[in-house]
Ligand binder design. Structure first.
Ligand SMILES: [Zn+2]
Length: 434
């Protein structure tokens, strides 16, 4: 099933012609209405008229998260405040949040793209969507909500937290679709088990999980524990919110990015040069229909690859790989680049290890140290000490062999690592910056 057949299956030449037209119109609007873009284009010595082909996008300067911070709160808005009908903000780890504004048309486009995403995941009218993404300044809750209503499904606006109640509602209301972070879904599975409720007795069929990077092995774990088809969704508030890209149920191999509204590029994060399809680099997105806060060549910091090959589902829009992580989350341990999701992937492949872990990075005698704390199976924990030692040794060896990083594995009892109802905290870095 395809929600918007006309646009989702547009042949490549027509799709690219549409992209160019929309890019040119976006550039004209931001050049006229946003002083930041007028300045940055003038400084680069180009005007919107110089963009005559899609390749010309490479002449345009990048926009960074810092530019959004510097123009806090409304400096990058391209329309008067009276045309803004919604404001969201993403929490920064330090200082002020990043603010985004939506016009009525922006909300309309977002709702459609979320509806397309639901359908790509195998959701349809008649489904009961249990939406456990947080409602509030975070875009997850309302983004999924509007998409569900647009589709005509029944949406339960649960928001995050109160896990016992979530399980009761899912059971009593007959929820067929669950939307939340992948780590929270596992936490729910665990909490349900403690209540003596089996997920396989619930009506859940599809889970749409996003807002944090997760591995293929985590998917296997979730599908087994929750007895549903787990689909990866991608989005970021700066660009729109959830629904920028999603896996299709047919292929489950890469996330279709809605190219009639966004132009994706993959670049070398160090040089800024465009990389060919298939090569891993940083995802850069240009919005080409947004009115409230259009962004030109926004540096997402997310690391992925792009694939323009045709897909089994019939959609013509390019696919991006599931995120290996955010370049900001990448750890450099004794000169080796490591993403927490890579360690997760190794841990999930080891028998007896539970999907709850914490990476503790420190520096001792000028050397980086990595401790991998991971929960083990209850039965195993009460087992003989030599079995636990053998398991620690396996974890250390696998991580060393696959990633080239020396670590210390510390096995902990089930349910000792703090759980999160939103994005999971996977890393504690004690090293002082600089
Ligand atoms: Zn597909």
């Amino acid at each position: 099933m395809i929600y918007n057949e006309d646009f989702e299956t547009l042949p490549r030449p027509a799709l690219e012609a549409l992209q160019l037209k929309r890019l040119q119109s976006t550039l004209a609007r931001v050049y006229a209405n946003v002083p930041f873009y007028k300045e940055s284009l003038d400084k680069a010595g180009i005007t919107p008229d110089d963009v005559k082909s899609l390749e010309d996008i490479q002449k345009l300067p990048f926009t960074y998260k810092q530019d959004m911070r510097d123009s806090y709160p409304y400096g990058l808005f391209a329309v008067p405040m009276e045309d803004i009908v919604r404001i969201h903000a993403s929490s920064g780890t330090t200082g002020k949040p990043t603010v985004v504004g939506y016009t009525r048309k922006d909300i309309d486009v977002w709702s459609e793209l979320m509806a397309r995403s639901f359908v790509a995941a195998g959701v349809h009218k008649g489904d009961i969507i249990h939406n456990a993404y947080g409602y509030g300044l975070f875009t997850g809750g309302l983004g999924a909500h509007y998409g569900a209503e647009r589709l005509g499904a029944s949406v339960i606006p649960m928001s995050g937290g109160n896990t016992k109640k979530q399980i009761m509602i899912m059971q009593d209301f007959g929820s067929t679709v669950l939307t939340c972070t992948p780590s929270y879904s596992l936490f729910m599975a665990e909490a349900a088990k403690e209540e003596g409720i089996e997920f396989k007795h619930l009506d859940l069929r599809v889970g749409i999980f996003g807002a944090e990077p997760w591995s293929e092995s985590m998917r296997t774990e979730i599908e087994a524990k929750l007895n549903l088809c787990a689909i990866d969704i991608y989005g970021l508030s700066e660009i729109m919110g959830p629904g920028v890209a999603i896996e299709c149920r047919e292929a489950k191999k890469g996330l279709h990015i809605w190219e009639d509204h966004f132009i994706p590029e993959i670049i070398n994060p160090d040089t800024g040069d465009l990389l060919p399809p298939g090569e891993q680099g940083e995802l850069v997105i240009t919005t080409i229909t947004k009115e409230g806060i259009p962004l030109i060549r926004y540096r997402t910091r997310d690391i992925t690859r792009i694939n323009y090959e045709t897909c089994a589902c019939g959609r013509t829009h390019a696919r991006i790989d599931r995120m290996s992580g955010r370049s900001d989350d990448m750890l450099i341990i004794r000169g080796v680049n490591v993403f927490p999701s890579q360690i997760e992937s190794i841990l999930m492949g080891i028998e007896g290890v539970e999907p709850h872990y914490l990476l503790i990075v420190d520096r001792k005698d000028n050397l980086d140290t990595l401790e991998v704390q991971v929960e083990v199976d209850e039965r195993l924990f009460s087992d003989e000490i030599k079995h636990l030692q053998a398991l620690s040794h396996t974890i250390e060896k696998e991580i060393k062999d696959i990633l080239g990083v020396t670590c210390k594995a510390r096995l902990v009892e089930p349910r000792t690592i703090a759980r999160s109802e939103g994005k999971a905290k996977r890393v504690v870095d004690h090293r002082t910056k600089g």
